[in-house]
Design a protein around this ligand. Sequence first.
Ligand SMILES: Cc1cc2nc3c(=O)[nH]c(=O)nc-3n(C[C@H](O)[C@H](O)[C@H](O)COP(=O)(O)OP(=O)(O)OC[C@H]3O[C@@H](n4cnc5c(N)ncnc54)[C@H](O)[C@@H]3O)c2cc1C
Length: 444
Amino acid sequence: MRVGIVGAGVAGLAAARVLRARGHQVTIFEGREEVGGQVVTFPVGGEELECFYHHIFTNDTAVIRYIEDLGLLEHLKWIEPRNAHFVKGRMYPFVTPLDLLKFTAIPLVSRVRLGLAALWLRRRKDGLTRYEGVTAREWMQKAVGKKAFDAFWGALLRGKFADQADNVGMVWLWNKVYLRFSSRKGGGSKESLGYLEGSFKRYYRTLADRLEADGVAIHLNTPVERVAAAEGAVKGIEAGGQFHEFDQVLMTTPNIITMKICPDLPADYRSVLERVRYQWATCLILALDRPLTPYYWLSIGDDLPFVACVEHTNFMPVERYGGNHVVYLSNYTPPGHPVLDMDAEQVFASYLAGIKRLNPAFDPSWVREKWFFKDPGGQPVITTNYSASIPEMRTGVEGLYLSNTTQVYPEDRGQNYSLLLGEKAAALMDEDWRRAAGSQDAAI
Ligand SMILES: Cc1cc2nc3c(=O)[nH]c(=O)nc-3n(C[C@H](O)[C@H](O)[C@H](O)COP(=O)(O)OP(=O)(O)OC[C@H]3O[C@@H](n4cnc5c(N)ncnc54)[C@H](O)[C@@H]3O)c2cc1C
């Protein structure tokens, strides 16, 4: 079978690996100049760094399997991160469960309620059915009270989902807590996060090299303009001024792009794709001559223009980045937000007062370099009853399939789940092909 894949991100590469292993001819088209998709990187002080912060959890077993298969396991480092929450102008460490008791931004009774709610959620295996129709705000505010909600969960939800925060389903929040606890090594009180030296893109590049050596064609810098179908079946892909015929096509692009380049999608399928809204992900990255904070992950509970301050070099050694202290100031915004039209200088100017709130001694002269990155498909908004908004992998056009982050549920989007989705889509495509070939043989 001749298969075309649109997108050489995590899902596209994982699908190509399975399809090739099952003997199909695979061609990938990627609009960007390199593979990896949202795991896109750029060099800082001679080392590749993700444009959007990335780490993995111990239960991201698919990522670990890929890294191992590609012979890179010795470069996967497990680190106990120093995490904290910034609220009412202060940083509160959140490394062990005991830190919750020292979270004096809220009364003791609120702290106890926060802790009990987390303990309750980490034990609920049935959160998917239990919480489908409930918003995170409704459940959490009732469980922990308004003070604790506003200082902690409410702030995080607003930061990540902005005007959509009140519509976010409790399933999303339950699963965050559930997975985070279950990723603690050996059930310990401290969390371990994984990072691949030289960036995660390193294993996608290695995987792409292996795929190419195995006969998969990867066309970089080749955005797909249109996926053509006729009489309800896919025919091929228009890209780089040429038409390429395929028996099957897998889209790994976000819904918004998929709808644009697949004009023949049936109306009912299109209406499911339209249902999911995305927040843009934005990251201002600063290379500093000294540390900004003592923490790796600082979530922001106060009203600052960013929702997290991720100081990568409080996690990986600063020497790897030419002595630059690397800080991500991350945010999620709805489409049309003014920050999306700004360059790195303008974003920095608008964040300056916020950065000084984190470290009053901060001076712009500490900044050696700055970059600003944004992605329109950064975060699908996971609303209540989200199951009904998940698009099927089969699109309703014969031979045309979809695998993207809107299908990750109840987990939050992550490399692990995109790898699994890519593999699942490939297995489905192969199965459909074999079934169709079998019924043709039977007819003969
Ligand atoms: C801010 C941020 C932080 C994250 N942090 C983490 C983390 O800490 N840990 C973790 O595991 N995961 C994290 N993720 C999630 C992870 O990166 C994604 O789940 C995963 O990369 C998605 O892969 P994908 O293949 O489904 O989609 P994508 O990566 O979006 O791949 C789609 C590909 O299609 C290409 N494309 C688009 N249009 C066209 C076209 N017309 N023609 C050809 N190609 C096209 C794109 O360039 C892209 O390469 C994060 C994501 C973001 C945005």
